[in-house]
Write a protein that binds this ligand. Structure first.
Ligand SMILES: Nc1ncnc2c1ncn2[C@@H]1O[C@H](COP(=O)(O)OP(=O)(O)OC[C@H]2O[C@@H]([n+]3cccc(C(=O)O)c3)[C@H](O)[C@@H]2O)[C@@H](O)[C@H]1O
Ligand SMILES: Nc1ncnc2c1ncn2[C@@H]1O[C@H](COP(=O)(O)OP(=O)(O)OP(=O)(O)O)[C@@H](O)[C@H]1O
Ligand SMILES: NC(=O)CC[C@H](N)C(=O)O
Length: 584
């Protein structure tokens, strides 16, 4: 059987940075060449970054992507890498009108190209477009209608892009019909808790359906709310895992594969789902047999808590660095939320780039000040104290506020103070709200909800506790100082906006609240179904009212890392003005 050394470059790219992404592609191609690769691949839309959102609708950007692809092909050849076929994702446009989708010629396409000897030798567009969750690809793209096959050293390699594997039909059965020896899919699949297991099963199933070895190459890094966790997988035709790349880190997965020779009478023409086989022959001759050196390896999986924590670190780091910042600023209350955010920030950008401010009011407990100082001591982040009493008194003298207005004023003074320091010193402010608080609106608009990025906005409060405990345990196991003071984990959560206030004055206990929210927010259950699941009717209705009434607040909350199938972002879109209320 012919042999082929495949290099899967599981790398990060930055949306819109065509020049920077092209540099990375050249760098990793050179690395692949040094390792003797015969075919090199990069993730979905690596040249433009993913997702490009409405940039796809701008002609100038589509033109720039196409021009960057042409330049990249030429540059690879100029730099002595032209003999190597390189598969690169980019943004293209359809040359022909697509009346079926009501689109004239020129509609954008999520595309990939094979570059070889300075030329673009094959292009194709994603056939199945994802249009749920965060994706919206019907808004941007028209689908491709070919079954691209690249013949390299006597092996037929069928090509696909991400969603092509997730939906039935299309390129997977077409790869079998085309009698391909390898199915190579390039992907940008956003991280969600437990999605790695789903992907593994998916790739195993599709490999068996395609009847050939299947390589699934994934992107890593972060883009606004999304994290890409890597975890590229290669599976044999009978569904056995051959290689698996590490989660969350850039890598070049190189492996020597023995693959069936291309059939002399390999089919031509239109096959499954109306896909037309487009075969480009680069080299018919199999390579002279060689001793296999690379197996790709099998990287160990992270356990669930470590995986989520790492996703939060990667998401925050990507946001800070890709937006040109170095440092972050956090209001430190000594509570669990701001402490966990600080620990994540120290891991993401280094404690030397994390600035914390304690802003005690007259209601602040001694432990809130001590716990914040202790967190700073343990992590080494920059710490200062700015009491808000003088500003608070000035407002109170002028306005004579009472009740909720007085409570929220403290939070707003802290928000204003953080933004002032951000302006002065150049750090971005992190908003410490968790998913439970965001769900029920338990935060002050323009107060503790100010900020550039919300690292834990998709983490329910019960998970906040679990991850804080995990982070401390992980530090202890490594012989390091656990970052989060024990007292911040064990004391009852409190906003400390009035004497003796605790969260449970206004909210149900977090385990119950989070269970109801999981059903309502994450699973779109109605009130009847949630009550039938065993929760108190009054409590369910009160919780659902709070969630519905807080839609306006969520829309004004900063973006933050998505780790669930339904984060408060593009995954969940509800009207603010909404007369519908659940009954039970
Ligand atoms: N549909 C809508 N569209 C746009 N704006 C709307 C609106 N409904 C009310 N509003 C406006 O929103 C404002 C009320 O919201 P807001 O000022 O935030 O105040 P509000 O939600 O009434 O109070 C904040 C709540 O969060 C709690 N809190 C605050 C801070 C920290 C924490 C914590 O533990 O982390 C908890 C606090 O104890 C209190 O229960 C008003 O100006 C109102 O006019
Ligand atoms: N005394 C304080 N000093 C500095 N920041 C504060 C202080 N109190 C509140 N904050 C900021 O406002 C956010 C909301 O805090 P709050 O105490 O109201 O409740 P929380 O949601 O339980 O958060 P945490 O667990 O961090 O205390 C905090 O995470 C923190 O960033
Ligand atoms: N880029 C894509 O097509 C992603 C869609 C796919 N279902 C995923 O989440 O992995």
């Amino acid at each position: 059987m012919p042999q082929l050394r495949l290099a899967l470059n599981q790398i990060d790219s930055r949306v819109g940075d065509l020049a920077g992404n092209a540099d990375a592609i050249v760098r990793w191609t050179r690395h692949s060449a040094e390792r003797g690769a015969h075919l090199v691949a990069f993730p979905e839309m690596v040249l433009t970054g993913y997702p490009v959102e409405d940039l796809a609708l701008r002609s100038s950007f589509v033109d720039a992507s196409r021009a960057a692809l042409r330049r990249l092909a030429a540059r690879l050849a100029e730099e002595g890498l032209g003999e190597l076929p390189v598969l690169v994702g980019y943004l293209d446009r359809s040359e022909t009108a697509q009346p079926k989708y009501g689109m004239p010629a020129g509609a954008p396409q999520n595309a990939a190209a094979v570059l070889h000897r300075g030329e673009i030798v094959l292009t194709f567009a994603k056939h199945h477009l994802p249009n749920y969750g965060v994706f919206d690809e019907f808004r941007y793209f028209v689908p491709g209608d070919t079954m691209p096959v690249l013949r390299v050293h006597g092996v037929d390699v069928a090509l696909a892009i991400c969603e092509d594997l997730w939906q039935d039909g299309g390129r997977v059965p077409a790869a079998r019909t085309a009698r391909a020896g390898l199915l190579l899919s390039v992907n940008a699949s956003p991280y969600e808790r437990e999605k790695d297991d789903t992907r593994l099963e998916l790739v195993r199933k599709r490999a068996q359906e395609a009847g050939c070895t299947t390589a699934y190459l994934a992107m890593v890094g972060g883009q606004d709310e999304l994290v890409f966790d890597g975890d590229s997988i290669v599976v044999s035709a009978d569904g056995e895992v051959v290689a698996r790349a590490p989660q969350f880190s850039e890598t070049c997965l190189v492996l020597d594969l023995e693959l069936p020779a291309a059939a002399a009478d390999a089919p031509e023409g239109v096959v499954d789902d109306g896909l037309r086989i487009e075969r480009v022959v680069l080299s018919e001759e199999p390579l002279a047999p060689y001793e296999p050196e690379h197996t790709g390896g099998y990287a160990e999986r992270l356990d669930d808590d470590e995986e989520v924590y790492t996703a939060l670190v990667v998401g925050l780091r990507a946001y800070v660095q890709k937006n040109g910042f170095r440092s972050v600023l956090i209001g430190l209350s000594g509570g669990i939320d701001s402490s966990l955010v600080a620990a994540i920030a120290c891991d993401a950008v280094g404690a030397e780039n994390v600035y914390g401010i304690s802003m005690p009011s007259k209601y602040s407990s001694e432990h809130s000040k001590d716990d914040a100082a202790e967190l700073a001591r343990r992590t080494g982040l920059h710490f200062r104290t700015v009491p808000i009493a003088p500003m608070f008194d000035a407002y109170m003298d002028s306005l004579g506020l009472t009740g909720l207005a007085e409570e929220n004023l403290q939070s707003r003074l802290r928000g204003t103070l953080l933004m002032a320091v951000s302006n002065q010193e150049g750090h971005i402010v992190l908003a410490p709200g968790n998913k439970s608080e965001l769900a029920v609106g338990y935060s002050t608009l323009y107060g503790d909800s100010v900020g550039a990025y919300g690292p834990i906005k998709d983490l329910y409060k019960t998970s906040v506790f679990r991850l804080a405990e995990w982070r401390n345990r992980a530090a202890a196991e490594r012989g390091q100082t656990p970052p989060i003071p024990e007292n911040s984990i064990t004391k009852p959560p409190s906003a400390e906006l009035r004497p003796g206030q605790v969260d449970t004055d206004s909210l149900p206990d977090y385990p119950v609240l989070d269970a109801i929210l999981d059903l309502y927010v994450d699973h779109d259950k109605g009130a009847d179904e949630i009550v039938a699941a065993g929760y108190d009717r009054e409590l369910v209705l009160r919780t659902l009212r709070m969630v519905d009434n807080a839609e306006y607040k969520r829309r004004q909350y900063p973006p933050g890392t998505k780790i669930s199938a339904k984060g408060f972002g593009k995954d969940r879109r509800l009207p603010i003005t909404n007369g519908w209320r659940e009954q039970a």
